[in-house]
Design a binder for this molecule. Structure first.
Ligand code: BTN
Length: 251
């Protein structure tokens, strides 16, 4: 995992591989305390002892089976208000990678990757703000590859979907190239293209479905995502905007 030869300028060119760590996001944060860490540096491990997920959840991943990594970006061209743009590029990079292997890949807002309605990848992005800029960003990715059983019924993996094992190195190489490509698009001001592509793959967009907010279930249709990354859902009576954690998808 430390000998990845991605055709990139900077993403994944500096690799910090550790056989085991608490969390690659935590390790990346430690590296950032040392000013000399280069943009695109990646921390990757075979085993996390305290993998962290969104909403304070833990991220479970069998040792040596999956991809658990964090990439350090320095998107100083973004303001804190633009933070969702990092979700666009990361979820799209994973989506494009998965589409090399499978069909019917969906992005569940804000950034879960689903195949056949089951979660194959989770993303945890943690930003450090300085003044009006995002000084650096830790993009943590957990992608299920060769793990065949899960405690969580709505989880899946490459092997679960196809019955065969895959090369984690090969998948990681594609992923790194995709992250750099989408990041450079963003840096070049091509946000609208990225947003359009994200919406094209968005789970449930345009479909009437069930949600829950503040303990109340309602039927609505996802219309898109606003500038601050809020999910836009139209109901029979109005159009509602939700921050992350404010709305639950009901199945
Ligand atoms: C989620 O809850 O869906 C996000 C999961 C993110 C997991 C990855 S694994 C690599 C990185 N290190 C962590 O501790 N978490 C992220």
């Amino acid at each position: 995992m430390h000998k990845i030869l991605a055709k990139t300028l900077f993403v994944g060119q500096k690799i910090h591989f550790v056989p085991e760590c608490q969390s690659t996001n935590d390790m990346a944060a430690d590296l950032l305390k040392n000013e000399s860490v280069v943009e695109g540096a990646m921390v990757v491990t075979d085993k996390q002892t305290n993998g962290r997920g969104q909403r304070g959840n833990t991220w479970e991943s069998s040792a040596g089976k999956n991809l658990t990594l964090s990439i350090i970006l320095k998107p100083k061209f973004l303001t804190p208000r633009d933070h969702f743009q990092l979700h666009y590029i990361t979820s799209l990079a994973v989506c494009t990678t998965l589409l090399r292997y499978f069909r019917d890949v969906k992005i569940k807002w804000p950034n879960d990757l689903l195949i056949k309605g089951k979660k194959i990848c989770g993303i945890l992005i943690e930003n450090n703000i300085r003044g009006r800029s995002i000084e650096n960003s830790i993009v943590g990715i957990g992608l299920n590859v060769n793990q065949s059983s899960f405690d969580y019924a709505l989880a899946t993996s490459f092997v679960d979907l196809s019955g065969q094992d895959y090369s984690r190195e090969e998948i990681l190489t594609i992923l790194l190239e995709q992250i750099e490509s989408k990041y450079l698009m963003l840096k070049a001001g091509r946000l609208e293209e990225l947003k359009k592509e994200y919406l094209r793959h968005l789970f449930r967009i345009g479909d009437s479905a069930l949600y829950e907010a503040a303990g109340v279930q309602f039927t609505g249709t996802i219309q898109g995502v606003d500038e601050e990354g809020r999910l836009i859902i139209a109901t029979a009576n109005d159009v509602r905007y939700f921050e992350f954690k404010e709305v639950k998808f009901i199945y």
